[in-house]
Design a protein around this ligand. Sequence first.
Ligand SMILES: [Ca+2]
Ligand SMILES: [Ca+2]
Length: 754
Amino acid sequence: MSKKLIFLDSMVNVLNLKVCKTYSIRSARKVSLFRDFVLAVFLLVACSLLTAMPVAYGGEGYALEVNGGTVTIDDDEDALRLSSYTYELWMKDLEGPTGSWRNIFCKGPGDTAAGRGPLLALRPDEPGLHYDHSTGTGQSTINTLEGIPLNEWIHIALVLTDLNGQQIIHQDGVQAAVRDSSGLTDATQSPVLRIGLGANVVLDDFRVWNYARTEAEIQADMNREVSGGEEGLVGYWRFNEGEGTTAYDSSPYENHGTITAAIWTTEAAPIAPPVVASSPNPADSELSEDTWVSLSWRAGDGAASQDVYFGEDRNDVDEGAGDTFRGNQTATFFVVGFPGFPYPDGLTPGTTYYWRIDGVEADGTTKHKGEVWSFTVPPKTAYLPDPPDGAQSVDSDPVLGWTPGFGSKLHYVYFGDNFEDVNNAAGALPLGTTKYAPGTLKMAKTYYWRVDEFDILSTHKGDVWSFTTEGAVESLDPANGAVGITQTPVLTWTPGVFGASHEVYFGTDADAVKNADTSSPEYKGSGNLGSESFEPGQLEWNTTYYWRVDEANNTNADSPWTGPLWSFATANFLIIDDFESYNDLDPADPASNRIFFAWLDGYDDPANGSLVGYDVPPFAEQTIVHSGNQSMPFAYDNGVGKSEASLTLTSNRDWTVKGVNSLTIWYRGDSANAAENLYVALNGSAVVNHDNPDAAQRASWTEWKIDLQAFADQGVNLANVTSITLGLGNRNNPVAGGAGMIYFDDIRLYAPAP
Ligand SMILES: [Ca+2]
Ligand SMILES: [Ca+2]
């Protein structure tokens, strides 16, 4: 591969981007659909011809041997000045320990005292890695002391989670060292990255990300080149040029490096070219203001062709279900919404469309699944109201705003404190702007508004939106619109600033709840200030419920206040524990519900090495959660043989309701954990072990699904399950083992899919 070709590729990419962008902006407004179309097809064919030209990719790839040589990268935009990062590279040590420090790369001027960022060096004494983050006034270093083989490629990733977080070294995708990194800075005096610096090593595929990548993320693409357009990739030198003195940066920053005294070698690291597509146009989740679109993307360098999926259902596109597969093609564009193409009658305003491009290797059968991308054709009605529909605590002197409907020219605004009046209103004066100031409003009151859009051809009536001004009653839990809620919820709210008493309305009919009074069946009782909760009892599955809290105060002339209509939907599964109900209240408080008093651990049991919850509040985990706001931290130390915690079930003991047949448990471990067997037991005896012996080392949230028959087979009466136990180790034959920390969340029972 010659430098000329590489340069051409770089130019092509720039051109490609600009050409496609010009067309996309142009097509945003209809001038003449046909003229647009002809122009777009012409430009897209031009784009695809350009992208089909050779890319900066050698047959085997190249790597860069540095023995006194250096790659110098000027970072004028400070793209590499990071307070959280991942540096990734492949390295082959040609020399072994020399008695001196051998620097591999360094952010900054190369002077420890000057302040910079990360440095990777090889230790003088032992075959290990030395990772240093310098602050200018100090530094934080960690080391590995073994495991750098001579003349073999290894993959290295240096991670800083946060300036007050952790420094981590991953070697070959596995965490090899970690330390706390308090008090670092991202100061740098000289915006430069130097790679090489005097070690006798070969380097390849050097990446910088602006965030802390997980072990799973590192492993996922360490053996395959990435496209350069990945989210968070801020520097990417493939070292595939094979000649010359420029190392091209494939990231959006294009911080190309200058090479001095290094040698190109064809003995590249064990990495394959990327196959998945990237750089979708329209960009993922963007609006596309036309009823047809020509999708385009950048093909993976290792892709010989691509499978195109397109449809209106995200899951169908993700699974390739229905008619979403649109064919295999070599071109990197795809037209929809135009006669002769899918959706020949045009795309529908107000609809989100999903698409996916799978890269197919030259053998025609090896496929690499792409991400599901989406774009939305905006509706003809006004949308995205500000404040959002149903907003609470809105300033009492608001300016209302919205996004105009697709093609709209004029807007008609209706505003009032009564839903029906606003819904039926007509004859507003036209507005040329998308702002409306209703004047000063009363506190603690719900208002309604509607925006109709006129697009020259017709008027499109908008939905009635509402908001409530500050000082009103507010829903705390479940939040308005929440889904997946337990079938036995406790509804809580905060009282309004003026209310002295309240009335609660609850039901499944939105209008009935909205219009109910104290003579309606939806009326559930009243209460005074200080008792802001309501338990509706056992609810149905997968059902939307509505509730409303009115307030009154005899001493206030504005009393009573009708509350806004709130809703939530119950889960389509039975929640055994989602860990949301635990709090930190003192045990003397009747509302106290500390997690370790519900889940009994090994605190008082010398034969049980578990500890549930933290020593200090908040006792439940509130950052590493699968859903909601809390999960259960579970520390285990199997020096005593096993570690487990048990919950006695006070409700939901019948595990046969609604035909449920599987138990699911979400868990998240850590690669540093000892690989102890994960198990669950019911009624203190029937045990099911996880079939992956390394489950506790999974560093991402993972669902464990268990057929309830496995418990029934051990004699459990599923109609009366009294307790559930989670543990690590061999429950029936405990043997001394290792320690770790694992998190549990969302213990649920599911019925088979209909
Ligand atoms: Ca390379
Ligand atoms: Ca949770």
